[in-house]
Design a protein around this ligand. Structure first.
Ligand SMILES: Cc1cc2nc3c(=O)[nH]c(=O)nc-3n(C[C@H](O)[C@H](O)[C@H](O)COP(=O)(O)OP(=O)(O)OC[C@H]3O[C@@H](n4cnc5c(N)ncnc54)[C@H](O)[C@@H]3O)c2cc1C
Length: 477
Protein backbone atom coordinates (compact mmCIF):
# COMPACT_ATOMS: atom_id res chain seq x y z
CA UNK A 1 0.00 0.00 0.00
CA UNK A 2 1.05 3.58 -0.57
CA UNK A 3 1.74 5.97 2.22
CA UNK A 4 -0.90 8.54 3.25
CA UNK A 5 0.64 11.24 1.06
CA UNK A 6 0.44 9.13 -2.09
CA UNK A 7 -3.01 7.67 -1.39
CA UNK A 8 -4.58 10.95 -2.45
CA UNK A 9 -2.84 10.77 -5.84
CA UNK A 10 -4.67 10.32 -9.12
CA UNK A 11 -3.87 7.92 -11.93
CA UNK A 12 -5.21 7.79 -15.45
CA UNK A 13 -5.25 4.48 -17.33
CA UNK A 14 -5.60 4.89 -21.10
CA UNK A 15 -7.19 1.86 -22.77
CA UNK A 16 -9.48 -0.74 -21.21
CA UNK A 17 -7.94 -3.87 -22.66
CA UNK A 18 -7.05 -6.64 -20.19
CA UNK A 19 -3.70 -4.99 -19.48
CA UNK A 20 -5.21 -1.56 -18.84
CA UNK A 21 -7.85 -3.07 -16.57
CA UNK A 22 -5.23 -5.12 -14.70
CA UNK A 23 -3.13 -1.98 -14.17
CA UNK A 24 -6.18 -0.08 -12.93
CA UNK A 25 -6.97 -2.82 -10.41
CA UNK A 26 -3.41 -2.82 -9.02
CA UNK A 27 -3.40 0.97 -8.66
CA UNK A 28 -6.86 1.07 -7.08
CA UNK A 29 -5.97 -1.77 -4.69
CA UNK A 30 -3.03 0.40 -3.60
CA UNK A 31 -5.44 3.18 -2.71
CA UNK A 32 -5.02 5.50 -5.69
CA UNK A 33 -7.91 7.32 -7.31
CA UNK A 34 -8.06 5.86 -10.83
CA UNK A 35 -9.85 6.92 -14.03
CA UNK A 36 -9.91 4.59 -17.03
CA UNK A 37 -10.41 6.18 -20.46
CA UNK A 38 -11.37 3.85 -23.31
CA UNK A 39 -11.72 4.90 -26.95
CA UNK A 40 -14.37 2.37 -27.98
CA UNK A 41 -17.99 2.14 -26.86
CA UNK A 42 -17.41 -1.22 -25.14
CA UNK A 43 -14.48 -1.96 -22.81
CA UNK A 44 -12.21 -4.95 -23.39
CA UNK A 45 -10.10 -4.20 -26.48
CA UNK A 46 -9.40 -7.61 -28.00
CA UNK A 47 -11.42 -9.25 -25.18
CA UNK A 48 -14.93 -8.33 -26.35
CA UNK A 49 -17.96 -10.34 -27.44
CA UNK A 50 -20.15 -8.70 -30.05
CA UNK A 51 -23.16 -9.49 -32.24
CA UNK A 52 -21.25 -9.64 -35.50
CA UNK A 53 -23.56 -11.73 -37.69
CA UNK A 54 -27.23 -12.59 -37.02
CA UNK A 55 -29.50 -11.83 -34.06
CA UNK A 56 -28.89 -14.24 -31.18
CA UNK A 57 -25.31 -15.12 -32.24
CA UNK A 58 -22.49 -13.84 -29.98
CA UNK A 59 -18.95 -13.71 -31.36
CA UNK A 60 -15.58 -13.08 -29.76
CA UNK A 61 -14.16 -10.20 -31.76
CA UNK A 62 -10.60 -10.94 -30.58
CA UNK A 63 -9.41 -13.58 -28.13
CA UNK A 64 -11.57 -16.66 -27.66
CA UNK A 65 -9.58 -19.27 -25.71
CA UNK A 66 -7.75 -18.46 -22.48
CA UNK A 67 -4.93 -20.74 -21.34
CA UNK A 68 -2.96 -17.78 -19.99
CA UNK A 69 -6.10 -16.07 -18.68
CA UNK A 70 -6.87 -19.10 -16.53
CA UNK A 71 -3.19 -19.55 -15.64
CA UNK A 72 -2.39 -15.88 -14.98
CA UNK A 73 -0.97 -15.41 -11.48
CA UNK A 74 -2.67 -12.00 -11.24
CA UNK A 75 -6.11 -12.93 -12.58
CA UNK A 76 -6.04 -16.08 -10.42
CA UNK A 77 -5.49 -13.90 -7.35
CA UNK A 78 -8.71 -11.93 -8.04
CA UNK A 79 -12.24 -13.00 -7.03
CA UNK A 80 -13.41 -12.92 -10.67
CA UNK A 81 -15.81 -15.81 -10.14
CA UNK A 82 -17.71 -13.62 -7.65
CA UNK A 83 -18.00 -11.11 -10.50
CA UNK A 84 -19.61 -13.55 -12.93
CA UNK A 85 -16.66 -15.22 -14.65
CA UNK A 86 -17.15 -18.92 -15.28
CA UNK A 87 -14.56 -20.97 -17.15
CA UNK A 88 -15.79 -23.80 -19.38
CA UNK A 89 -13.37 -26.58 -20.30
CA UNK A 90 -13.97 -28.62 -23.43
CA UNK A 91 -13.11 -32.30 -22.83
CA UNK A 92 -9.87 -31.89 -24.80
CA UNK A 93 -7.89 -28.64 -25.09
CA UNK A 94 -7.07 -28.95 -28.78
CA UNK A 95 -7.67 -31.11 -31.85
CA UNK A 96 -5.29 -31.27 -34.80
CA UNK A 97 -6.92 -33.17 -37.68
CA UNK A 98 -4.91 -34.81 -40.45
CA UNK A 99 -5.78 -35.79 -44.02
CA UNK A 100 -6.33 -39.44 -43.11
CA UNK A 101 -9.51 -38.52 -41.23
CA UNK A 102 -7.99 -38.88 -37.76
CA UNK A 103 -7.06 -36.15 -35.27
CA UNK A 104 -4.30 -35.74 -32.73
CA UNK A 105 -5.71 -34.64 -29.41
CA UNK A 106 -4.07 -32.44 -26.82
CA UNK A 107 -5.92 -33.85 -23.84
CA UNK A 108 -6.01 -31.95 -20.56
CA UNK A 109 -4.29 -34.87 -18.87
CA UNK A 110 -0.58 -35.15 -19.65
CA UNK A 111 -0.54 -38.95 -19.18
CA UNK A 112 -3.49 -39.37 -21.51
CA UNK A 113 -1.88 -37.22 -24.22
CA UNK A 114 1.45 -38.99 -23.87
CA UNK A 115 -0.37 -42.34 -24.01
CA UNK A 116 -2.10 -41.35 -27.25
CA UNK A 117 1.18 -40.32 -28.91
CA UNK A 118 2.52 -43.89 -29.00
CA UNK A 119 6.24 -44.03 -29.66
CA UNK A 120 6.58 -40.29 -28.86
CA UNK A 121 4.70 -40.49 -25.56
CA UNK A 122 7.85 -40.64 -23.39
CA UNK A 123 9.49 -37.73 -25.26
CA UNK A 124 6.33 -35.60 -24.91
CA UNK A 125 6.17 -36.39 -21.23
CA UNK A 126 9.86 -35.66 -20.65
CA UNK A 127 9.66 -32.32 -22.48
CA UNK A 128 6.62 -30.99 -20.60
CA UNK A 129 6.27 -32.68 -17.21
CA UNK A 130 8.69 -30.47 -15.22
CA UNK A 131 6.81 -27.34 -16.30
CA UNK A 132 3.34 -28.86 -15.88
CA UNK A 133 4.12 -30.07 -12.36
CA UNK A 134 5.94 -26.82 -11.55
CA UNK A 135 3.26 -24.58 -13.09
CA UNK A 136 2.81 -22.42 -9.97
CA UNK A 137 6.55 -21.62 -10.05
CA UNK A 138 6.82 -21.57 -13.84
CA UNK A 139 3.88 -19.22 -14.64
CA UNK A 140 5.19 -16.18 -12.71
CA UNK A 141 8.65 -16.67 -14.27
CA UNK A 142 7.46 -16.72 -17.87
CA UNK A 143 4.84 -14.01 -17.40
CA UNK A 144 7.27 -11.23 -16.47
CA UNK A 145 10.34 -9.58 -18.01
CA UNK A 146 13.13 -12.03 -18.80
CA UNK A 147 15.27 -12.33 -15.69
CA UNK A 148 18.89 -13.41 -15.57
CA UNK A 149 18.44 -14.24 -11.87
CA UNK A 150 15.22 -16.29 -11.88
CA UNK A 151 13.63 -17.42 -8.64
CA UNK A 152 13.59 -21.00 -9.92
CA UNK A 153 16.96 -21.28 -11.69
CA UNK A 154 16.83 -25.03 -12.35
CA UNK A 155 13.38 -24.90 -13.90
CA UNK A 156 14.19 -21.85 -15.99
CA UNK A 157 17.54 -23.24 -17.14
CA UNK A 158 15.70 -26.33 -18.30
CA UNK A 159 13.17 -24.15 -20.11
CA UNK A 160 15.88 -21.97 -21.67
CA UNK A 161 17.66 -25.00 -23.08
CA UNK A 162 14.69 -25.83 -25.31
CA UNK A 163 12.92 -22.48 -25.52
CA UNK A 164 15.76 -20.68 -27.27
CA UNK A 165 15.80 -23.23 -30.07
CA UNK A 166 13.65 -23.42 -33.16
CA UNK A 167 10.54 -25.60 -33.26
CA UNK A 168 12.15 -27.43 -36.17
CA UNK A 169 15.12 -28.55 -34.11
CA UNK A 170 13.10 -29.50 -31.00
CA UNK A 171 10.57 -31.42 -33.11
CA UNK A 172 13.38 -33.77 -34.23
CA UNK A 173 13.05 -35.55 -30.90
CA UNK A 174 9.66 -36.86 -32.09
CA UNK A 175 9.76 -39.89 -34.36
CA UNK A 176 6.19 -39.72 -35.63
CA UNK A 177 5.04 -37.22 -38.27
CA UNK A 178 1.82 -36.96 -36.27
CA UNK A 179 3.48 -35.65 -33.11
CA UNK A 180 5.59 -33.28 -35.18
CA UNK A 181 2.38 -31.89 -36.71
CA UNK A 182 0.86 -31.27 -33.27
CA UNK A 183 4.06 -29.51 -32.15
CA UNK A 184 4.12 -27.36 -35.30
CA UNK A 185 0.58 -26.09 -34.71
CA UNK A 186 1.47 -25.10 -31.16
CA UNK A 187 4.70 -23.40 -32.26
CA UNK A 188 2.87 -21.45 -34.98
CA UNK A 189 1.26 -19.37 -32.20
CA UNK A 190 4.65 -17.61 -32.11
CA UNK A 191 4.06 -15.92 -35.49
CA UNK A 192 7.74 -16.75 -36.08
CA UNK A 193 9.14 -19.05 -38.73
CA UNK A 194 9.37 -22.56 -37.28
CA UNK A 195 13.09 -22.52 -38.11
CA UNK A 196 13.64 -19.33 -36.06
CA UNK A 197 15.08 -19.31 -32.52
CA UNK A 198 12.43 -19.04 -29.78
CA UNK A 199 9.68 -20.66 -31.88
CA UNK A 200 10.00 -23.81 -29.72
CA UNK A 201 9.27 -21.72 -26.64
CA UNK A 202 5.75 -21.03 -27.87
CA UNK A 203 4.96 -24.69 -28.43
CA UNK A 204 5.92 -25.31 -24.81
CA UNK A 205 4.10 -22.22 -23.56
CA UNK A 206 0.92 -23.41 -25.28
CA UNK A 207 1.19 -27.12 -24.39
CA UNK A 208 2.12 -26.71 -20.71
CA UNK A 209 -1.00 -24.73 -19.68
CA UNK A 210 -3.16 -27.21 -21.63
CA UNK A 211 -2.03 -29.86 -19.15
CA UNK A 212 -1.69 -27.57 -16.11
CA UNK A 213 -4.79 -25.33 -16.23
CA UNK A 214 -6.56 -26.15 -19.50
CA UNK A 215 -7.53 -23.98 -22.46
CA UNK A 216 -10.91 -22.73 -21.20
CA UNK A 217 -13.48 -20.40 -22.70
CA UNK A 218 -15.55 -18.03 -20.55
CA UNK A 219 -19.29 -18.76 -20.39
CA UNK A 220 -20.97 -16.03 -22.44
CA UNK A 221 -17.79 -15.20 -24.33
CA UNK A 222 -14.60 -13.21 -23.81
CA UNK A 223 -16.66 -10.21 -22.69
CA UNK A 224 -17.45 -12.06 -19.44
CA UNK A 225 -13.79 -11.76 -18.44
CA UNK A 226 -13.76 -8.04 -19.25
CA UNK A 227 -17.09 -7.52 -17.45
CA UNK A 228 -15.75 -9.33 -14.37
CA UNK A 229 -12.66 -7.08 -14.33
CA UNK A 230 -14.83 -3.96 -14.74
CA UNK A 231 -17.22 -5.14 -12.03
CA UNK A 232 -14.31 -5.69 -9.65
CA UNK A 233 -13.02 -2.23 -10.53
CA UNK A 234 -16.38 -0.69 -9.69
CA UNK A 235 -16.17 -2.18 -6.18
CA UNK A 236 -12.81 -0.39 -5.90
CA UNK A 237 -14.51 2.87 -6.88
CA UNK A 238 -13.16 2.96 -10.45
CA UNK A 239 -15.35 3.76 -13.43
CA UNK A 240 -14.39 2.82 -16.97
CA UNK A 241 -15.20 5.80 -19.20
CA UNK A 242 -16.11 4.50 -22.66
CA UNK A 243 -16.07 6.46 -25.93
CA UNK A 244 -13.24 8.55 -24.45
CA UNK A 245 -10.30 8.41 -26.86
CA UNK A 246 -7.14 10.15 -25.66
CA UNK A 247 -5.30 12.12 -28.32
CA UNK A 248 -2.75 14.00 -26.23
CA UNK A 249 -1.59 13.47 -22.64
CA UNK A 250 -1.08 17.20 -22.37
CA UNK A 251 -4.88 17.63 -22.43
CA UNK A 252 -5.24 15.56 -19.26
CA UNK A 253 -4.44 17.76 -16.31
CA UNK A 254 -4.45 16.83 -12.63
CA UNK A 255 -3.05 13.31 -12.88
CA UNK A 256 0.07 12.14 -11.07
CA UNK A 257 0.47 9.00 -13.15
CA UNK A 258 -0.43 7.72 -16.63
CA UNK A 259 -0.56 4.04 -17.47
CA UNK A 260 -0.92 3.64 -21.24
CA UNK A 261 -2.42 0.42 -22.61
CA UNK A 262 -1.13 1.50 -26.02
CA UNK A 263 1.44 0.18 -28.46
CA UNK A 264 4.59 2.23 -29.19
CA UNK A 265 3.23 3.87 -32.34
CA UNK A 266 0.24 5.27 -30.45
CA UNK A 267 2.33 6.23 -27.43
CA UNK A 268 4.50 8.41 -29.68
CA UNK A 269 1.37 10.24 -30.87
CA UNK A 270 -0.37 10.52 -27.52
CA UNK A 271 2.79 11.21 -25.51
CA UNK A 272 3.72 14.21 -27.65
CA UNK A 273 6.04 16.65 -25.91
CA UNK A 274 5.87 14.68 -22.65
CA UNK A 275 8.33 12.16 -24.11
CA UNK A 276 11.93 12.86 -25.05
CA UNK A 277 12.87 12.85 -28.74
CA UNK A 278 15.39 10.04 -28.24
CA UNK A 279 12.84 7.83 -26.46
CA UNK A 280 10.31 8.48 -29.25
CA UNK A 281 12.93 7.50 -31.84
CA UNK A 282 13.42 4.20 -30.02
CA UNK A 283 9.66 3.60 -29.99
CA UNK A 284 9.53 4.34 -33.71
CA UNK A 285 12.08 1.57 -34.30
CA UNK A 286 9.83 -0.98 -32.54
CA UNK A 287 8.82 -3.73 -34.96
CA UNK A 288 5.25 -4.93 -35.41
CA UNK A 289 4.82 -8.52 -36.51
CA UNK A 290 2.45 -10.57 -38.58
CA UNK A 291 -1.19 -9.65 -39.14
CA UNK A 292 -4.26 -11.86 -39.17
CA UNK A 293 -7.25 -12.29 -41.46
CA UNK A 294 -10.24 -13.30 -39.37
CA UNK A 295 -13.74 -14.66 -40.01
CA UNK A 296 -16.67 -15.15 -37.61
CA UNK A 297 -19.39 -17.60 -38.60
CA UNK A 298 -23.01 -18.17 -37.69
CA UNK A 299 -23.67 -21.84 -38.48
CA UNK A 300 -26.78 -23.93 -38.98
CA UNK A 301 -25.18 -27.07 -37.55
CA UNK A 302 -21.95 -28.07 -35.78
CA UNK A 303 -18.93 -28.26 -38.11
CA UNK A 304 -19.01 -31.64 -39.93
CA UNK A 305 -15.49 -32.81 -39.04
CA UNK A 306 -14.14 -35.91 -40.80
CA UNK A 307 -12.44 -36.80 -37.52
CA UNK A 308 -15.27 -37.01 -34.98
CA UNK A 309 -12.79 -36.35 -32.15
CA UNK A 310 -12.54 -32.70 -33.27
CA UNK A 311 -15.91 -32.10 -31.64
CA UNK A 312 -14.30 -32.73 -28.23
CA UNK A 313 -12.10 -29.62 -28.38
CA UNK A 314 -12.95 -25.90 -28.35
CA UNK A 315 -9.81 -25.18 -30.41
CA UNK A 316 -8.83 -26.86 -33.68
CA UNK A 317 -5.57 -26.35 -35.62
CA UNK A 318 -5.90 -26.74 -39.39
CA UNK A 319 -2.68 -26.99 -41.31
CA UNK A 320 -1.69 -30.60 -41.91
CA UNK A 321 1.79 -31.82 -41.15
CA UNK A 322 4.89 -30.06 -39.78
CA UNK A 323 6.41 -29.26 -43.17
CA UNK A 324 3.16 -27.74 -44.47
CA UNK A 325 2.67 -25.54 -41.40
CA UNK A 326 6.34 -24.50 -41.44
CA UNK A 327 6.12 -23.59 -45.14
CA UNK A 328 2.93 -21.60 -44.60
CA UNK A 329 4.41 -19.62 -41.69
CA UNK A 330 7.64 -19.01 -43.61
CA UNK A 331 5.71 -17.65 -46.59
CA UNK A 332 3.95 -15.16 -44.33
CA UNK A 333 7.22 -14.14 -42.61
CA UNK A 334 8.63 -13.40 -46.08
CA UNK A 335 5.67 -11.20 -46.96
CA UNK A 336 3.64 -13.71 -48.96
CA UNK A 337 0.20 -15.31 -48.74
CA UNK A 338 0.19 -19.13 -48.54
CA UNK A 339 -2.31 -21.10 -50.63
CA UNK A 340 -2.87 -23.41 -47.68
CA UNK A 341 -2.61 -21.12 -44.62
CA UNK A 342 -2.37 -22.44 -41.08
CA UNK A 343 -5.84 -21.78 -39.61
CA UNK A 344 -6.72 -21.49 -35.91
CA UNK A 345 -10.38 -22.25 -35.30
CA UNK A 346 -12.56 -22.07 -32.19
CA UNK A 347 -16.02 -23.63 -31.88
CA UNK A 348 -17.27 -22.28 -28.52
CA UNK A 349 -21.00 -22.92 -28.98
CA UNK A 350 -20.39 -26.70 -28.78
CA UNK A 351 -19.60 -26.19 -25.09
CA UNK A 352 -21.47 -22.96 -24.26
CA UNK A 353 -25.08 -22.76 -25.39
CA UNK A 354 -25.27 -19.02 -24.65
CA UNK A 355 -23.39 -18.24 -27.87
CA UNK A 356 -26.11 -19.06 -30.42
CA UNK A 357 -29.86 -19.73 -30.70
CA UNK A 358 -30.88 -23.31 -29.79
CA UNK A 359 -29.43 -25.85 -32.21
CA UNK A 360 -27.29 -23.23 -34.01
CA UNK A 361 -23.56 -22.65 -33.67
CA UNK A 362 -20.72 -20.15 -33.95
CA UNK A 363 -17.17 -20.53 -35.20
CA UNK A 364 -14.17 -18.18 -35.11
CA UNK A 365 -11.20 -18.65 -37.40
CA UNK A 366 -8.13 -16.76 -38.49
CA UNK A 367 -4.98 -17.24 -40.47
CA UNK A 368 -1.70 -15.34 -40.45
CA UNK A 369 -0.99 -12.76 -43.17
CA UNK A 370 1.74 -10.14 -43.60
CA UNK A 371 1.40 -6.94 -41.56
CA UNK A 372 -1.21 -4.65 -43.09
CA UNK A 373 -2.11 -7.22 -45.76
CA UNK A 374 -5.01 -6.26 -48.02
CA UNK A 375 -5.42 -9.78 -49.44
CA UNK A 376 -8.84 -11.37 -49.21
CA UNK A 377 -7.99 -14.81 -47.79
CA UNK A 378 -11.55 -16.13 -47.43
CA UNK A 379 -11.35 -18.81 -50.16
CA UNK A 380 -8.04 -20.10 -48.85
CA UNK A 381 -9.11 -20.06 -45.20
CA UNK A 382 -12.38 -21.86 -45.93
CA UNK A 383 -10.50 -24.27 -48.22
CA UNK A 384 -8.54 -25.40 -45.16
CA UNK A 385 -11.71 -25.89 -43.11
CA UNK A 386 -13.38 -27.82 -45.96
CA UNK A 387 -10.29 -30.00 -46.25
CA UNK A 388 -10.91 -31.40 -42.77
CA UNK A 389 -14.69 -30.83 -42.62
CA UNK A 390 -16.19 -31.39 -46.08
CA UNK A 391 -19.56 -29.67 -46.37
CA UNK A 392 -18.57 -26.84 -43.98
CA UNK A 393 -19.67 -24.13 -46.42
CA UNK A 394 -23.18 -25.61 -46.55
CA UNK A 395 -23.53 -24.98 -42.80
CA UNK A 396 -22.86 -21.24 -43.03
CA UNK A 397 -25.82 -18.96 -42.27
CA UNK A 398 -23.75 -15.77 -42.17
CA UNK A 399 -20.17 -14.67 -41.83
CA UNK A 400 -18.27 -11.50 -40.87
CA UNK A 401 -14.83 -10.98 -42.37
CA UNK A 402 -12.10 -8.84 -40.76
CA UNK A 403 -9.14 -7.67 -42.82
CA UNK A 404 -6.08 -6.35 -41.01
CA UNK A 405 -7.44 -2.80 -41.43
CA UNK A 406 -10.88 -3.81 -40.08
CA UNK A 407 -9.23 -5.20 -36.95
CA UNK A 408 -7.26 -2.00 -36.40
CA UNK A 409 -10.45 0.06 -36.89
CA UNK A 410 -12.10 -1.89 -34.06
CA UNK A 411 -9.08 -1.64 -31.70
CA UNK A 412 -6.28 0.84 -32.45
CA UNK A 413 -3.76 -1.45 -30.71
CA UNK A 414 -4.11 -4.04 -33.49
CA UNK A 415 -1.65 -2.16 -35.69
CA UNK A 416 -1.66 -3.63 -39.21
CA UNK A 417 -3.66 -6.58 -37.84
CA UNK A 418 -0.86 -7.58 -35.43
CA UNK A 419 -2.71 -9.26 -32.54
CA UNK A 420 0.37 -9.74 -30.34
CA UNK A 421 1.44 -6.12 -29.84
CA UNK A 422 4.65 -6.52 -31.87
CA UNK A 423 7.13 -9.22 -32.92
CA UNK A 424 8.21 -11.44 -30.03
CA UNK A 425 11.59 -12.54 -31.28
CA UNK A 426 14.75 -12.74 -29.20
CA UNK A 427 15.48 -9.02 -29.32
CA UNK A 428 11.96 -7.82 -28.61
CA UNK A 429 11.46 -10.29 -25.81
CA UNK A 430 14.40 -8.67 -24.01
CA UNK A 431 13.81 -5.05 -25.06
CA UNK A 432 10.06 -4.65 -25.10
CA UNK A 433 9.42 -1.98 -26.25
CA UNK A 434 12.82 -0.63 -25.08
CA UNK A 435 15.29 -1.58 -22.35
CA UNK A 436 13.18 0.46 -19.94
CA UNK A 437 10.24 -1.97 -20.38
CA UNK A 438 7.24 -0.27 -18.69
CA UNK A 439 8.99 3.01 -17.86
CA UNK A 440 9.29 5.81 -20.41
CA UNK A 441 11.40 8.96 -20.61
CA UNK A 442 8.74 10.78 -18.54
CA UNK A 443 8.76 9.66 -14.94
CA UNK A 444 4.97 9.80 -14.59
CA UNK A 445 4.16 7.98 -17.87
CA UNK A 446 4.24 4.17 -18.19
CA UNK A 447 3.33 1.80 -21.00
CA UNK A 448 1.44 -1.35 -20.02
CA UNK A 449 0.13 -3.01 -23.22
CA UNK A 450 1.08 -6.30 -24.87
CA UNK A 451 4.03 -4.36 -26.33
CA UNK A 452 5.70 -4.77 -22.90
CA UNK A 453 6.82 -8.00 -21.18
CA UNK A 454 5.63 -10.71 -21.23
CA UNK A 455 3.87 -9.80 -24.52
CA UNK A 456 0.63 -10.83 -26.24
CA UNK A 457 -2.12 -13.03 -24.85
CA UNK A 458 -4.80 -12.37 -22.27
CA UNK A 459 -3.11 -12.60 -18.88
CA UNK A 460 -3.06 -9.00 -17.64
CA UNK A 461 0.55 -9.44 -16.51
CA UNK A 462 1.86 -6.49 -18.59
CA UNK A 463 -0.58 -4.21 -16.77
CA UNK A 464 0.18 -5.82 -13.41
CA UNK A 465 3.96 -5.40 -13.67
CA UNK A 466 3.72 -1.88 -15.11
CA UNK A 467 1.48 -0.73 -12.25
CA UNK A 468 3.73 -2.39 -9.66
CA UNK A 469 6.76 -0.60 -11.14
CA UNK A 470 4.93 2.75 -11.16
CA UNK A 471 3.84 2.35 -7.54
CA UNK A 472 7.26 1.32 -6.35
CA UNK A 473 8.94 4.29 -8.05
CA UNK A 474 6.29 6.67 -6.77
CA UNK A 475 6.74 5.51 -3.20
CA UNK A 476 10.48 6.30 -3.50
CA UNK A 477 9.85 9.88 -4.68
C1 LIG B 1 -8.39 -11.90 -33.50
C2 LIG B 1 -7.63 -12.09 -32.20
C3 LIG B 1 -7.53 -13.35 -31.63
C4 LIG B 1 -6.85 -13.53 -30.43
N1 LIG B 1 -6.89 -14.76 -29.81
C5 LIG B 1 -6.40 -14.88 -28.55
C6 LIG B 1 -6.71 -16.02 -27.77
O1 LIG B 1 -7.49 -16.88 -28.19
N2 LIG B 1 -6.16 -16.11 -26.53
C7 LIG B 1 -5.35 -15.12 -26.01
O2 LIG B 1 -4.87 -15.26 -24.87
N3 LIG B 1 -5.08 -14.00 -26.73
C8 LIG B 1 -5.61 -13.85 -27.96
N4 LIG B 1 -5.43 -12.68 -28.65
C9 LIG B 1 -4.49 -11.66 -28.13
C10 LIG B 1 -5.04 -10.86 -26.97
O3 LIG B 1 -6.39 -10.55 -27.17
C11 LIG B 1 -4.21 -9.58 -26.81
O4 LIG B 1 -2.84 -9.93 -26.67
C12 LIG B 1 -4.66 -8.80 -25.57
O5 LIG B 1 -6.00 -8.40 -25.71
C13 LIG B 1 -3.76 -7.58 -25.38
O6 LIG B 1 -4.29 -6.80 -24.35
P1 LIG B 1 -3.98 -5.24 -24.23
O7 LIG B 1 -4.70 -4.77 -23.03
O8 LIG B 1 -2.51 -5.05 -24.30
O9 LIG B 1 -4.56 -4.58 -25.56
P2 LIG B 1 -6.05 -4.57 -26.21
O10 LIG B 1 -6.83 -5.76 -25.77
O11 LIG B 1 -5.82 -4.39 -27.64
O12 LIG B 1 -6.69 -3.28 -25.55
C14 LIG B 1 -6.22 -1.99 -25.85
C15 LIG B 1 -7.34 -1.01 -25.55
O13 LIG B 1 -6.86 0.32 -25.65
C16 LIG B 1 -7.84 1.10 -26.31
N5 LIG B 1 -7.20 2.28 -26.90
C17 LIG B 1 -6.30 2.30 -27.91
N6 LIG B 1 -5.92 3.56 -28.18
C18 LIG B 1 -6.60 4.36 -27.30
C19 LIG B 1 -6.64 5.78 -27.06
N7 LIG B 1 -5.88 6.64 -27.78
N8 LIG B 1 -7.46 6.25 -26.09
C20 LIG B 1 -8.19 5.42 -25.33
N9 LIG B 1 -8.21 4.07 -25.52
C21 LIG B 1 -7.41 3.55 -26.49
C22 LIG B 1 -8.40 0.17 -27.35
O14 LIG B 1 -9.66 0.61 -27.84
C23 LIG B 1 -8.50 -1.12 -26.53
O15 LIG B 1 -9.71 -1.21 -25.84
C24 LIG B 1 -6.17 -12.44 -29.82
C25 LIG B 1 -6.28 -11.16 -30.38
C26 LIG B 1 -7.03 -10.97 -31.55
C27 LIG B 1 -7.21 -9.59 -32.10
Amino acid sequence: MLGDSTMSRKACVIGAGPNGLAAAIVLAQAGMHVDVLEAESTPGGAVRTLGLTLPGFRHDFGSAVFPLGAGSPFFSSLPLIDHGLQWIHSPAALAHPLDDGTALMLERDLNETAGSLGVDGPAWDKLLRPFVEGWSDFAPEILRPVSFAPRHPWLMARFGMVALRSAQSVARRFRSQRTRALFAGLAAHSFLGLDEPLSAAFAILMAVPAHAVGWPIPRGGAQSLTDALCSLLSTLGVRVNISSPVHDLAALANYDLFLCDLTPRQLVRVGGKRLSESYKRKLERYRYGTGVFKVDYALNTPIPWKAADCARAATVHLGGNFEEIAASEKTVRMGGHPDRPFVLLAQPSLFDNSRAPAGKHTAWAYCHVPLGSKSYMLEKLEGQIERFAPGFRDCILARRVFSTADLENMDANLVGGDIGGGVLDLRQSLFRPTWRHYATSARDVYICSASTPPGGGVHGMCGYHAAKMALSRMSRR
